[in-house]
Design a protein around this ligand. Structure first.
Ligand SMILES: Cc1cc2nc3c(=O)[nH]c(=O)nc-3n(C[C@H](O)[C@H](O)[C@H](O)COP(=O)(O)OP(=O)(O)OC[C@H]3O[C@@H](n4cnc5c(N)ncnc54)[C@H](O)[C@@H]3O)c2cc1C
Length: 386
């Protein structure tokens, strides 16, 4: 494991910090700033700021320059993520497109798709959402039922998607649709691009316990999609989905480490303010979270080294997801115990920690639930029987 960054990496860090110092408004970094903004206006502010950052060359850090990226190294990508968290810079509004869609299109997209999707996505001209889950198809994704029937040069979509992040602000969706029921479950699926402004698309928000409307349900009634908007080939959607999901696996959890470490410091500060820093049980739990966090840090550096050396991470990446999501939930529960009953109400200065605690509940569900990750580790890492 390599614990150091090269001179070129540190130079990149200095350059990016310089840009953030000059271009990130000070008030945006204050606690609770984003919660005070109108939801739609706040989204627009972040969308434009991120596009400005892309124009300055601080986006697509690891992407090849031919696709408008910076052509940087995995270490530079990790530095970028770390500095974004350190500066409390607003997180991307186009995460699903950046993490999943663009790398997939780089590998299997048609020339037109490469031209029309990648750069506009990097510059937030088009915001993307991911339409995989349905009411009866989550962990068992291949059970999906939303149908796309062939009709000449088009498909006609009928059915429903659910838990679609960014549905309220997205322009387009990349989604999985059933184009055949005759093939085996996995084979009758096709990945399509759907313009969410098309007639027959209805988007309904789903309110979370934080009060946010980060995701929604998407209903399709006779929605027409041209056949040129297939990603990959008809019936090959399952393989495309597996390729797409593999791009999340290469990521280290350094940004999570940096964010959670700061959160833990805030919880310790709160314990001091409330005079609970002498409570021996709480002190033990704080120490335990510090240990968990340091394990996360060294695991992340190990993963980063493997990626730098071009090694395939495979199923071991499930360990990363398990480790960061469960560490974060432990910090959230620690916060709830330190804040006591106050953690249930808003407006007393703990709003950011409260939101993060509530959000952490979802982190062991999306991107593959903890139970599913444990099955993967048991079967594919440890070789235990199914
Ligand atoms: C905040 C958030 C954002 C999301 N964003 C998106 C999005 O943008 N696009 C999208 O398509 N989806 C999205 N999802 C949906 C997410 O992918 C699913 O919630 C997830 O796949 C789990 O599916 P499910 O909710 O149907 O639960 P189920 O699959 O029904 O699981 C219910 C419980 O059973 C357990 N379980 C299921 N199968 C097994 C098994 N084989 N062995 C052991 N235990 C099992 C699970 O771990 C879980 O505890 C999002 C979800 C959340 C919470």
């Amino acid at each position: 494991m390599d614990l150091t960054y090269s001179e070129a990496d540190e130079q990149f860090r200095a350059e990016f910090r310089g840009w953030l110092d000059a271009n990130l408004p000070a008030e945006w970094r204050e606690r609770g700033f984003w919660a005070r903004q109108d939801r739609d206006e706040g989204f627009q502010m972040r969308r434009e700021w991120e596009a400005e950052k892309a124009r300055a060359g601080f986006a697509g850090i690891q992407w090849p320059t031919e696709f408008g990226g910076r052509g940087g190294t995995p270490a530079q990508r990790a530095i970028y993520d770390e500095e974004m968290v350190r500066y409390r810079a607003p997180l991307t509004v186009n995460g699903l497109g950046l993490t999943f869609l663009a790398p997939t299109i780089m590998v299997i997209g048609s020339d037109e798709q490469k031209r029309d999707i990648i750069k506009p996505l990097l510059h937030n001209e088009v915001i993307w959402c991911q339409g995989f889950s349905e009411p009866n198809a989550g962990s068992d994704l291949a059970a999906l039922q939303c149908r796309a029937e062939s009709d000449g040069d088009e498909y006609v979509i009928n059915g429903q998607k659910i838990w679609t992040s960014q549905a309220m602000h997205a322009d387009k969706m990349f989604g999985l649709f059933r184009t055949s029921t005759e093939d085996k479950k996995h084979r009758g699926i096709t990945m399509l691009i759907v313009d969410l402004r098309s007639p027959g698309v209805e988007i309904r928000p789903l309110k979370q316990m934080t009060g946010a409307l980060d995701f929604g349900e998407v209903f399709f009634t006779d929605v027409r999609v041209p056949k040129t908007d297939v990603i990959g080939v008809e019936g090959g959607g399952w393989d495309v989905a597996m390729l797409l999901l593999s791009f999340e696996r290469g990521a280290s959890a350094m940004p999570q480490y940096t964010a959670f470490r700061r959160e833990l410091d805030d919880v310790v500060g709160l314990a001091r303010d409330l005079g609970k820093d002498k409570n021996s049980l709480l002190r033990q739990r704080i120490a335990s979270s510090v240990v968990e966090l340091e394990c996360l840090k060294y695991h992340s550096l190990h993963i980063l080294t493997q990626v730098e050396q071009g090694k395939e991470l495979g199923a071991a990446s499930s360990m990363t997801k398990l480790q960061w999501s469960e560490t974060h939930q432990d910090i959230g529960e620690l916060f709830a115990d330190v804040a006591g009953i106050a953690h249930q109400i808003t407006g007393d200065g703990v709003d950011d920690l409260q939101r993060s605690f509530l959000w952490s509940r979802s982190e062991t569900i999306w991107g593959g639930s903890s139970q599913v990750q444990r099955n993967i580790v048991a079967e594919r890492v440890l070789g235990l029987p199914r």
